[in-house]
Design a protein around this ligand. Structure first.
Ligand SMILES: [Zn+2]
Length: 289
C-alpha cells in the first residue's frame, strides 16, 4: 500500500459512506453531481391562453423541484412533519405558477403567518433566476389573531418592493391563491392540484367567461387541452435553488461581532440556518471577527 491512507469501505452504502478512494462521502458526490443546468432538473411551466374563454392557464409538473427539495432536506437533516412538508411543497408550486402568470423581471416572496398550525410559511422565487425556494418557521412565531398572508414583489433590483397583506382562510395553499387574486390582483383566479404532482392556475383575462372558470374542477382542468382551443404563449423553467452560501449568511451575525460570548455561550461552534431555505451552516468564532 502506498502512503498511509486507508480507504475503508463501509459495510453498507449510505450517505456517510466513502464514495471514492479520495474519501469524498457519498452525499457530497450526490450534491456535487447535481446537474443543475440539465433540463431534467427543471420543472417546465407553460403559460397557455384559453381562447374564447379568455383565461390564462399556467401549469407544470413539479417532481423535478420536489426531488431537489428532498435532496436539500436530506443534506441539511431537516425533517418537517408531513403536514408542513405538504404545505411548503404546495406553496412552492403555487408561487412558481403565479410567477409565470406575472412579468419576467419580478422577484416575489410570500409569507403566511398561521394560527394553527402556528407557523410562518415562507416561499420566494424569480422567473429571471429560474429558481424557487422556501422554508417553514415553527419557533418563535408570533400568534396572529387570524391567518395573514404577506406578498412582496420586487420588480427591478433596488426598487422599492410592492407589499400586500391580506387575511386568508384555511391552511391550504391551493385555496389561498383565489383569495390572493381577488384581493391583490383584482381578477378572479383558481388553482388546482392534479394527479402526479401536476398543478394548474387559471387566471381571468379581460372578458373572461367567468361562469366557465367557476364551473371548472380538477378533471376538467386536466383535459383542458382536449376540450378547449388553446395557444401556448411561453414556457419558463424553475428549479429548487436558494443560492445561499456561508459568505452570504455570515453578515446576519454582524451584530454579534462585539459580544461573541452571548452568541456562542461557551460552544466551539453554532449552527445557523438560512432564512430562505433553512440550510444549516456551522459557524465558529473566528468566522465573525
Ligand atoms: Zn438558503
Amino acid at each position: 500500500m502506498r502512503g498511509t491512507a486507508q480507504y475503508v469501505m463501509p459495510p453498507h452504502g449510505g450517505c456517510l459512506g466513502r464514495a471514492f478512494p479520495c474519501g469524498v462521502i457519498v452525499s457530497s458526490v450526490l450534491f456535487f453531481r447535481r446537474p443543475m443546468e440539465t433540463p431534467e432538473e427543471f420543472t417546465k411551466i407553460e403559460s397557455i391562453f384559453v381562447r374564447h374563454r379568455n383565461a390564462l392557464l399556467v401549469r407544470g409538473q413539479f417532481t423535478p423541484i420536489y426531488t431537489d427539495y428532498y435532496l436539500h432536506l436530506m443534506q441539511h437533516e431537516i425533517r418537517p412533519p408531513a403536514e408542513l412538508d405538504q404545505m411548503l411543497k404546495d406553496a412552492m408550486a403555487m408561487l412558481a405558477l403565479h410567477l409565470v402568470a406575472r412579468p419576467w423581471a419580478e422577484t416575489i416572496a410570500w409569507t403566511a403567518n398561521l394560527r394553527a398550525p402556528r407557523i410562518n410559511l415562507f416561499v420566494t422565487g424569480s422567473s429571471f433566476e429560474q429558481a424557487i425556494t422556501g422554508r417553514i418557521f415553527t419557533e418563535d412565531v408570533r400568534e396572529p389573531d387570524r391567518n395573514y398572508f404577506y406578498s412582496q414583489t420586487t420588480a427591478i433590483e433596488g426598487a422599492k418592493p410592492r407589499m400586500s397583506t391580506l387575511e386568508i382562510l384555511g391552511k391550504d395553499p391551493i385555496a389561498w391563491v383565489s383569495q390572493y387574486y381577488d384581493q391583490s390582483e383584482q381578477r378572479p383566479a383558481r388553482a388546482f392540484r392534479l394527479d402526479d404532482e401536476n398543478f394548474a392556475l387559471l387566471a381571468a383575462q379581460p372578458d373572461c367567461d367567468l361562469a366557465w372558470l367557476e364551473s371548472l374542477d380538477e378533471a376538467a382542468v386536466a383535459k383542458i387541452s382536449e376540450t378547449e382551443e388553446t395557444t401556448l404563449l411561453e414556457s419558463r423553467q424553475f428549479r429548487f435553488h436558494c443560492g445561499c452560501t456561508l459568505d452570504k449568511i455570515l453578515p446576519i451575525l454582524g451584530g454579534w461581532k462585539d459580544k461573541p460570548e452571548q452568541l456562542f455561550e461557551g460552544a466551539e461552534f453554532i449552527n445557523i440556518q438560512c432564512p430562505r431555505c433553512a440550510a444549516k451552516y456551522r459557524v465558529t468564532r473566528d468566522m465573525i471577527v
